[in-house]
Design a binder for this molecule. Structure first.
Ligand code: ANZ
Length: 945
């Protein structure tokens, strides 16, 4: 029988649905294993062969774990809110919901063809109200919580108001935007609005004034990566920095826990390092500086308190509130002009760009150690959002301060007297290198740092600062709170209404608050977000429902929030929802969560290293504090699949003609290379007829061939439509079958590595499956399988395979497993082995990779049920032991012949047998034996004289 993959795959895909093969329920009798892929955004272009790479890798693992007896959860869904659908809606008027649904259907069709073991009963879509109910719910919980530093946990905001009523801010150690100080009496005397404003300073979801990338033409805030060189990536419109009231999540409160948690999870070191840098823990000191001739004081953050003596000026971030206070009248015009200039630059550009700009404020600060007055400057190399937004500059020891001092002619004062401060002796990392332990360092008042290492000097200065009340020891994190508002339509609406300009939550029982219909997906004429177009977008607090805007009376009916949530809202807790996707009363039932706990294996791209993987860890920690999520870290093991790059093909057009010359002849002409659709090229040979039909301008194309063929050039590039190198998995499935596609994707190389898609080798994998099939059937469709017992050699071949594949799957080295399968099939074919005892087990080991063909053969061998429910075979090491060993027999060091001995033969026996062999007599030439050396399992050397 021919290996008819089309029929087999269709049959099993249908059977799996009918038999609910991949449906999973909580089963206390079995140990759980949770496999998860980062869910896709269903784009209009559909899947290309790069997308399923991670899904196949995790599917193999899921199937393997199931065969090992685990109860495996392997769900799939869609990250369905997002910008492309909205942009498309703006251009065409087509509702994003319509295009999103169509794209999802297409994705599903494509995924179904590849034979994944997803439990589709658990599918989720982030744009489904049933789903975003719980996104809104979590947001409300965050609004109603604050973060207690002492207990390192989120707590209900009611505890905070109780504390305020009893003690004001006294004894409080909580995360906040700004440190406030008031008494219980002052708190009680405040009106509702003022109290609400105060609470905003502590809520985990809060409205905050933040600097944002504002694009007036697009009418929206843009993320940093949507701004390139000061203009919007889409449209190229100017972007300015603007302070705006936005919803924020107090991710920074969790910085230390986000850092500590990394030690408890199995992620790659490089990913952990990226997260550590992003969180950016920095131990230092905050020191107060007085302003000369004024009562004002301001605080700076430094990690090098020991450099206080080298301070020669101060620098404020342009956005700092101090700028207004400290700019003198004479400097005002210059300062204003400078502020106008820096407004245009994003924070990222400011960090990347090392050109020096700045302006003098006109004021001076007093160094608290030396009493000396130093000028206060303003420059955008100091960032408003980090530390205190103000620094003490030590140009002799910090490279940016050094560049600044050089540019503006300010003093550069090294800590060690007499040090050279020229550019040659300045090290970008270390500054002017001081001798350490130091000598000749000027004492600060009564503090001497002589003889100390830098570390010791920093510690000593910190103690000094504390004891003399000059400041305090402080740990800073680079991690910022997340801006959580977007001025967009296609996202989760906030369950929030406004009373007297303050936000209030609609009651929990009224969730979800569904996204309203709008006439236009653009901002309104008055600059409000698209939800400003909604006519029915007001909250009736008495009847708990959405009503017509005209009914707003600001007594019981109020306007609803017009912003929507950002992309990461829906992806932050989706793994929890898969555990219990149809629960109408909770995000996830407590018992169910206690069963599945967290994701055991998470597979996805590295591009989410600092976005999604920080936000979801934060979100999960918050839910853990609430007692909703059992385990603090959501993703135990994480594997980043590499990218599949495209393999582009080129044709070479002779300039100013419509003639194309084959690769190896092209140097004889003046040619231009042009991308050609890889789908009309096979093994780098162009289908010239298909080329002519490809585009109208090539209809009359002529060719200069070599050996009667047109050979194309090739290059590895990003897989993209514009390079005509996109390979669609459907085409591969159609031509070779899903099992070949699955195995081939894994054969390309280690899962974690990026590699080009190169169809040239796919035939080999396809041939392997055919060869495997041929162990079961001969050419005339006769079944070859017998019940004969297996020989040692056959068992050895099989158990070698079991050992290799088991080890490979555990380490995600699937590519070498594929080679092992090929070797084993070759060995078994060589041995003409079609024994059931061997083939049954081979099928099980191959099933995670090529599930369709394995189900078919499993059934054919008369097994009951799906191969998914059989048992992963254990490797029996006994079969791997070599039963006999081949010895080289040599005389006086010269190899003469070989002899087989049982692997466990004793040296004596070997020696006697060798000497008794008649060939030995020949090589000894009648001489006496002086010595016999037996090297176990290798060699016997006979020394004769
Ligand atoms: C004096 C000094 C001397 C500094 C020296 C460094 C070297 P990390 O490790 O990243 O926390 N700094 C503080 N706030 C800043 C801001 N908002 N924008 C830009 N720079 C800022 O770095 C902390 C150091 O970066 C601080 O220590 C401060 O400069 C600067 F030889 O103070 B240092």
């Amino acid at each position: 029988m021919e290996y008819n993959f089309r029929e087999i795959e269709k049959k099993w895909q249908k059977r799996w649905v009918e038999n609910k093969t991949y449906q999973v329920t909580e089963d206390e009798t079995k140990q759980k294993y949770y496999v998860l892929n980062m869910f896709p955004y269903p784009s209009g272009a559909g899947l290309h062969v790069g997308h399923p790479l991670g899904y196949i890798a995790s599917d193999i693992y899921a199937r393997y774990k199931r065969l090992q007896g685990f109860n495996v959860l392997n769900p799939m869904g869609y990250d369905a809110y997002g910008l492309p659908a909205e942009q498309y809606a703006i251009q065409t008027g087509q509702h994003p919901e319509v295009t999103t649904k169509a794209n999802i259907n297409r994705y599903r069709e494509q995924l179904d063809k590849i034979g994944f073991s997803f439990d589709w009963n658990r599918e989720i879509r982030t744009c489904d109200p049933e789903y975003y109910h719980w996104t809104q719910w979590a947001f409300q919980k965050m609004f109603n919580s604050f973060y207690c530093n002492t207990c390192a946990s989120a707590k209900p905001i009611s505890l905070l108001t109780e504390h305020f009523a009893q003690k004001g801010t006294e004894g409080l150690d909580v995360a906040c935007s700004e440190e406030l100080c008031f008494t219980a009496e002052e708190w009680k005397a405040m009106g509702e609005k003022q109290q609400q404003e105060i609470l905003m300073n502590y809520r985990i979801a809060y409205l905050g004034e933040t600097m944002v990338n504002w694009c007036p033409q697009l009418g929206t805030v843009l993320a940093n990566d949507e701004v390139v060189d000061g203009v919007s990536e889409r449209g190229g419109f100017p972007v300015i920095q603007k302070k705006m009231r936005q919803w924020c999540l107090r991710v920074s409160a969790y910085a230390q826990r986000l850092l500590d948690g990394l030690d408890t999870i199995d992620w790659t070191e490089s990913l952990k390092e990226t997260q550590k840098n992003w969180i950016g823990r920095s131990e230092g000191a905050e020191v107060q500086f007085k302003v000369k001739d004024s009562d004002r004081e301001f605080t700076i953050f430094t990690t090098r308190a020991d450099t206080m003596f080298g301070v020669t000026f101060m620098v404020l971030a342009p956005e700092s509130e101090l700028v207004l206070q400290l700019t003198t009248d004479t400097q005002k015009a210059d300062v204003d002009a400078y502020l106008e200039r820096t407004k245009k630059r994003t924070e990222r550009e400011r960090i990347a760009d090392r050109s020096v700009t700045g302006v003098f404020s006109g004021s001076y600060a007093i160094n608290p150690f030396t009493g000396e007055a130093v000028p206060i400057w303003i420059s955008d190399y100091v960032l408003a959002g980090y530390g205190t937004g103000a620094i003490m500059a030590v140009p002799a020891h910090d490279s940016r301060d050094y560049a600044f001092a050089k540019h503006f002619g300010l003093e550069i004062r090294p800590l060690v007297e007499g040090c050279d401060v020229s550019e040659e002796s300045f090290d970008a990392k270390e500054g002017i290198v001081c001798n350490s332990p130091r000598k000749g360092v000027k004492p600060y008042c009564d503090l001497s740092l002589n003889g100390l290492t830098i570390k010791e000097a920093i510690a000593a200065t910190k103690v000094y600062v504390k004891e003399h009340n000059l400041g305090r020891v402080k740990v800073n994190f680079r991690l910022r709170d997340a801006i959580f508002s977007r001025q967009r339509y296609w996202g989760e609406p906030f369950p929030v209404y406004y009373k007297d300009n303050m936000p209030y939550m609609i009651d929990e029982s009224s969730l979800p608050l569904e996204l309203p219909e709008v006439a236009k997906f653009l901002p309104t004429e008055t600059g409000e977000p698209p939800l400003g177009h909604a006519l029915k977008w007001a909250w009736d607090t008495a009847n708990r429902c959405v009503v017509d805007n005209r009914k707003i009376d600001n007594i019981t009916i109020f306007p609803l929030e017009l912003n929507t949530m950002p992309g990461f809202a829906g992806s932050s807790a989706y793994y929890l929802r898969y555990m219990d996707p149809n629960n109408h009363t909770a995000l996830v039932d407590k018992k169910v969560d206690e069963y599945w706990r967290n994701v055991d294996l998470y597979v996805g791209g590295t591009e989410h290293a600092t976005g999604h993987l920080i936000y979801s860890r934060f979100w999960n920690k918050f839910l853990h504090d609430l007692g909703v999520s059992t385990v603090e870290e959501p993703f135990r093991k994480l594997v980043n699949q590499g990218m599949i790059q495209g393999r582009s093909n080129f044709v070479y057009r002779i300039k100013d003609t419509n003639t194309f010359v084959s690769l190896n002849l092209k140097d004889q002409y003046d040619t231009t290379p042009l991308h050609v659709d890889v789908n009309i090229v096979s093994n780098d040979i162009l289908d010239t007829e298909a080329f002519k039909a490809w585009r109208p301008e090539y209809k009359t194309a002529e060719f200069v061939l070599e050996d009667g063929k047109y050979v194309c050039g090739w290059a590895v590039e990003k897989m993209s439509k514009s390079m005509f190198n996109v390979v669609n998995p459907d085409m591969i499935v159609e031509k070779y079958g899903a099992d070949t596609l699955r195995m081939y994707e894994m054969f390309l190389g280690p899962v974690e590595q990026s590699k080009p898609w190169d169809t040239n080798g796919i035939d080999g994998v396809h041939r392997f499956i055919k060869k495997f099939w041929n162990l079961f059937y001969d050419r005339n469709d006769n079944c070859l399988v017998t019940d004969e017992p297996a020989t040692k050699e056959e068992l050895k071949s099989l158990h070698k395979l079991i050992k290799k594949v088991t080890g490979d799957i555990e380490t995600f080295s699937y590519n070498t497993s594929i080679s092992a399968f090929m070797i084993c099939v070759n060995e078994l074919s060589g041995l003409k082995c079609s024994k059931k005892e061997i083939l049954n087990q081979f099928i099980i080991v191959l099933a995670p990779f090529a599930p369709h063909v394995c189900e078919e053969l499993w059934e054919m061998l008369g097994n009951q049920g799906s191969v998914c429910d059989s048992h992963w075979p254990a490797c029996n090491e006994e079969y791997l032991v070599e039963s006999s060993v081949n010895y080289t027999i040599s005389f006086n060091g010269k190899a003469r012949f070989n002899m087989e001995f049982p692997a466990d033969a004793a040296s004596d026996t070997i020696q006697t047998t060798v000497l008794a062999d008649e060939r030995s007599a020949k090589w000894m030439e009648g001489k006496a034996v002086a010595k016999v050396i037996v090297v176990p399992k290798k060699i016997v050397n006979i020394v004769v004289k």
